[in-house]
Design a protein around this ligand. Structure first.
Ligand code: APR
Length: 642
């Protein structure tokens, strides 16, 4: 596969490369982590050239220049501690969660009066070298609510008293001790200190729903608060990010970086959207409106790109054909290739639900981390530590890609025809790494940006050197065990693939691993591509992964958004469904079926016929097309004049 032109240009000179790198990091720091642009720029100036975004993140945190609000963390749904440690009832919840203050010092006073245990508390207190402490109160900032006893304690960005509360109540190794479950009174996420993870559990739902009501309904001017995903005590997140300097970063966890807390609270509506799993919103019963961007407030004044919101696929076809629709961007995900036989990631039969961590070549700690969050297996940090789980999970995919096992689907063909027939396609941004769009010969390469890289090249995750693709595939075949057990030739044990340039055991397909940067082409093209978009078509993606999902809100607020998916997605990004929808059209169903229908309304069915003769479609798509063509042929022979 060719190096994308923009990436090649970026590497043509050192200056360009470092400027490009800077842009990428700026994007990560602002969109990914939610830091202010000014703080991110300043930190980049101070830290100087570095390839580690975590170094800059830690600099920002340690210097109180911002809060860590980014990072995608999938909540754990099987926390074994919820049952034992959630004891409060809804009556015990604070009446005004947004104004609740940390009661640590009040408790400490009482403890001292009682001449009680004060060692751990005392240590933490003396570590907090803040003159405000003399006034015996924690400054305003983020607070957490203990789900066991109802104590309200501040986050690590204030004085770290919630963590102290958990440690203080823990007695030895016993899992039944320690008040480990706490809810953030800022974004109502729930954290388990024992699991070191966000958690979701039906037992928590009534409490969170009540907190939600208290927090948002009683506010005189309800704020549209964007929930944050990373936890104030989420060391796992930073460990996964960083190259080993987490000790320094963690030492300052309790530093008082809250001077601008109020400002941050006020500025939150301007902050870049952060990721939240839509399942989190649904499980907690959080009203969707809270997640919508402010665009609805301005809806009266907006001049939409369409006259009337389309109500059917046929209406969408008419809009595409109209002069009003000049520029179309497509954002695609794994659903687009499901009909080809490639499972998606997050469906019930997707990669994450069906993988068996016990089969992976990983030590118990790694395996547990993968069990808790399957994406860990595909993280850059994990790959550099142990590349085998990633290679094992991808073995079939790597070899299938080499053998051109899969065929482009009708959804791919829709994109091809959209370009060929209308010339309105600005770009296909695909998160897929299967390269199936390459089979669409009428779709020029520069119309496609594979934002998560591609399976049909190989490179070293350590030195970046491209490896010979054929050799890489042979090594995968010979060195990586087959989890499916179908390949009798596969080895019983896996061994890593060594880079011939740097000697690291880190050769991988040229895909973008979690926690690593997207290709430069994404950052270079998105700002231009989104400018005059009239229609965004979102196909088969859960919209769970940033920054690709940001296209949904980066396009003009006047553009139509067509979501083609099996289920509604993107509430957290402001996508609206049903009567609330001002510019979103949801075409529910398998994307091949929906897009075939759209192509029929656009009058493109005849353009698809040759694909049947040439056997270029996957079986499922061929059957679908045959069926549709049969019906069309029947109806035209019944109505020759039509
Ligand atoms: N038609 C329409 N929608 C479908 C179909 C189909 N045939 N099959 C699956 N879907 C839907 C699923 O219901 C789901 O909402 O497509 C979505 C697929 O979501 P994910 O599995 O999360 O895939 P994707 O959004 O592409 O994932 C994004 O996450 O793991 C990473 O890097 C990986 O690029 C991937 C990224």
């Amino acid at each position: 596969m060719d190096v994308p032109p923009a990436a090649a240009a970026a590497s043509s000179s050192n200056d360009d490369a470092s400027q490009a790198r800077r842009l990428v990091m700026l994007e990560q720091l602002t969109s990914g982590y939610g830091f202010d642009t000014e703080a991110a720029e300043k930190a980049l100036d101070e830290v100087g050239p570095t390839s580690e975004v975590s170094v800059v993140v830690n600099y920002i945190l340690e210097n109180g220049m911002g809060k860590d609000r980014g990072g995608s963390v999938v909540p754990k749904t099987d926390c074994p501690h919820v049952n034992d440690h959630v004891k409060v009832t809804t009556e015990k919840l604070p009446d005004h969660p947004q104004h609740a203050l940390c009661s640590f010092f009040a408790q400490e006073d009482q403890d001292m009066d009682d001449n009680n245990n004060k060692d751990r508390i005392g240590r933490l207190k003396s570590d907090t070298d803040d003159p405000d402490d003399n006034g015996k109160s924690c400054p305003a900032g983020e607070n957490w609510f203990c789900m066991e006893c109802g104590a309200i304690r501040c986050s690590r960005y204030v004085n770290g008293h919630c963590l102290a509360h958990y440690q203080e109540t823990e007695k030895g190794e016993e899992s039944t001790t320690g008040h480990c479950i706490a809810a953030s009174l800022v974004d109502l996420s729930v954290w388990c200190y024992k699991c070191e993870a966000y958690v979701q559990d039906p037992l928590l739902d009534p409490l969170i729903q009540r907190l939600e009501q208290l927090k948002f309904q009683e506010a005189s001017e309800p704020k549209k608060k964007k929930p944050r995903q990373s936890h104030p005590n989420d060391e796992r997140y930073r460990v996964a990010q960083s190259s080993g300097d987490e000790t320094t970063s963690n030492n300052n966890n309790d530093s008082n970086d809250n001077d601008d807390d109020d400002d941050e609270e006020d500025n939150d509506s301007d902050a870049s959207p952060t990721i939240i799993d839509i399942a989190t919103a649904v499980a907690r019963g959080i009203p969707i409106g809270l997640f919508q961007s402010s665009e609805n407030e301005e809806e009266e004044e907006l001049q939409y790109s369409f006259d009337k919101l389309p109500k059917s696929v046929e209406d969408v076809a008419k809009f595409i054909q109209s002069d009003k629709c000049r520029n179309i961007v497509i954002l695609a995900g794994a659903g687009m290739s499901v009909a080809a036989g490639i499972p998606d990631f997050r469906s019930a039969n997707g990669l994450y639900a069906t993988m068996n961590p016990d089969l992976l070549s990983a030590d118990p700690v790694e395996r547990e981390a993968i069990r808790m969050d399957p994406t860990v297996a595909l993280e850059q940090g994990m790959f550099l530590q142990n590349p085998l789980p990633c290679l094992e999970l991808n073995r079939e995919f790597i070899l299938g890609t080499r053998n051109q096992k899969w065929k482009a689907t009708l959804a791919h063909r829709f994109v091809e025809l959209l370009h060929a027939k209308t010339g309105k396609l600005v770009r296909l941004y695909t998160q897929n790494i299967d390269g199936l769009e390459d089979q669409c010969t009428q779709l020029p390469r520069d119309k496609v940006i594979a934002v998560h890289g591609s399976m049909d090249r190989a490179e070293c995750a350590h030195c970046g050197q491209e490896s010979d693709y054929g050799q890489f595939c042979d090594r995968v075949r010979d060195q990586i065990k087959d989890l499916s057990g179908n390949d009798e030739q596969a080895p019983q044990e896996s061994t890593p693939i060594t880079c011939t340039t740097c000697g690291s055991r880190a050769v991988k397909p040229a895909i973008v691993l979690f926690r690593s940067s997207l290709p430069m082409t994404f950052f270079e093209n998105v700002p231009r591509d989104v400018l005059d978009v009239d229609l965004l078509i979102v196909i088969g993606t859960s919209l769970r992964v940033a920054p690709a999902n940001s296209l949904v809100w980066r396009i003009p607020k006047t553009a139509l958004r067509l979501l083609v998916n099996r289920e509604p997605v993107g509430w957290h990004l402001g996508v609206a469904y049903g009567p609330d929808s001002k510019r979103d059209v949801f075409a529910q169903g398998n994307c091949d079926f929906v897009l075939l229908d759209l192509m029929a309304h656009l009058g493109w069915l005849d353009d698809l016929r040759p694909l049947l003769d040439e056997q270029k479609l996957p079986d499922a798509c061929a059957a679908l097309l045959r069926n549709r063509l049969g019906k069309e042929d029947e109806s035209s022979s019944a109505n020759p004049s039509s």
